[in-house]
Design a protein around this ligand. Sequence first.
Ligand SMILES: Cc1cc2nc3c(=O)[nH]c(=O)nc-3n(C[C@H](O)[C@H](O)[C@H](O)COP(=O)(O)OP(=O)(O)OC[C@H]3O[C@@H](n4cnc5c(N)ncnc54)[C@H](O)[C@@H]3O)c2cc1C
Length: 446
Amino acid sequence: MKREQAIIIGGGMAGKLIAAAISPYFLHVQILEKDPQPENKNTVRKGIPQAHHIHALLHAGDHALERLFPGFQKDMIKRGSIKIDSLRDLAWFHHGVWKLRYKSGYPTLLQTRPLLETYIEERVNQTANITYVYGTKVQSFLLTDDQSKVCGVEVLKENKINKVSGDLVIDTSGSVSFTKGWLEKQGKTVPEEKVDIGLCYATRKFTLPEPPNDFKIKIIYPNPAKETIGGTLSMIENNQCIVTLNGYLNSLNPAEVKDEQGFIHKTAMLPLPDIYQELQKGTSESETAIYKVPHIMWRHFERVNLPAGLVVAGDSICRIDPVFGQGMSIAALEALAIRDYIASTSPTGQLKKLQKQLAKIIAPAWLMVLCEDFRFDEVKGKKPLGLKVLQWYVKQIFLLSAKNKSIYKDLVRVTNLVSPAALLFKPATIIEVLKLKKEDVEKIDS
Ligand SMILES: Cc1cc2nc3c(=O)[nH]c(=O)nc-3n(C[C@H](O)[C@H](O)[C@H](O)COP(=O)(O)OP(=O)(O)OC[C@H]3O[C@@H](n4cnc5c(N)ncnc54)[C@H](O)[C@@H]3O)c2cc1C
């Protein structure tokens, strides 16, 4: 027996992926999106302004998308995505060293977020029992008479308030989600971790006369604590490249990178001049897009006694530091977890453990991000236990990734969310870490 109707609040990446994942278990799935339908399919909507910026797809996300939409990779390549070998074609400068480059057999795709999202939206719209409704803002949840279960939502559409009922409501409205505030009005406190990082993104697209012949994506990450601004140049569809600058602790001033000249000038200030040198020959193809992430946050809904029939997912739970490219992949992993959970419970079954499972997907990614973000002295927030030791160990791993193939491969698997962090604590790796000479580390730091 299938459940009747699922309602998804917000048609961003998490909303679409979860709708696709759970559609076999419901007669009908409705995605309610507040934005009006865009006239052109590749337009960046008001509700997802981050789509102007570089969006890396980690291996975990790539694999999950292939499971949700069989044929995904082939289709995307036909549409212009660039298939790369993640270790050979990525030039990654981090903690003062270049990571090794070699053929790994770990492929991934490069493309703009609109190219990716348009494809996913098309696949979702091809699913007979999913309806994607634009121009519908969800304002509140509806509760059963005994207040124990969410049984639908109240929406604002064309200035009219309506009610939409459903067996399951999944909030994927992103970091602006009203669920925490709504629960608090019901007397339930949602514990929240917040870390102030003062991050600013600035992005422009360029055409280069010749694509770079020795890489497809180059990341120049700042060496904390003394450097705070990094940059990435990634090839994308239509023979263009996208260049993103990211500055922590409010060190990137949007006014200084607003015009082409200011933007290119800033790339010259990066720890290495590589991106600046590429852009000398480039032609700018867009305005500068700016996005600020003053803080990252994790709302711990798994610690709250949520009413039955309500699940929270995607950025509504956790806005993670986007520099590490994890958000869409976490959403894709959550979609698979929600699907598997629903598949294994009866239509009247409880969903309490599901919220805890979603928290388990977020936890390792969140710790990885805190480990790196707290290397900047002025980042403010609650530090995890044992942070100093973890930071020391992970730094050795980063440095070893410049000369040890096997350790680098393990690091790539962990940062791409396909293997647990335990992979970096194998006895052979611990021995290599302990052998790394103090002078080597100091040389890089100086
Ligand atoms: C600058 C930046 C760069 C990023 N780079 C990467 C990257 O490289 N790789 C990566 O994987 N991730 C990246 N991310 C993260 C990624 O964009 C998100 O994690 C991912 O898209 C999942 O978001 P979401 O769908 O949960 O929320 P959102 O993208 O915020 O979508 C929420 C949707 O809900 C709608 N909505 C909001 N309120 C309501 C309401 N009341 N009723 C109806 N609809 C509503 C909004 O209009 C929107 O469409 C980046 C994020 C930022 C900010």
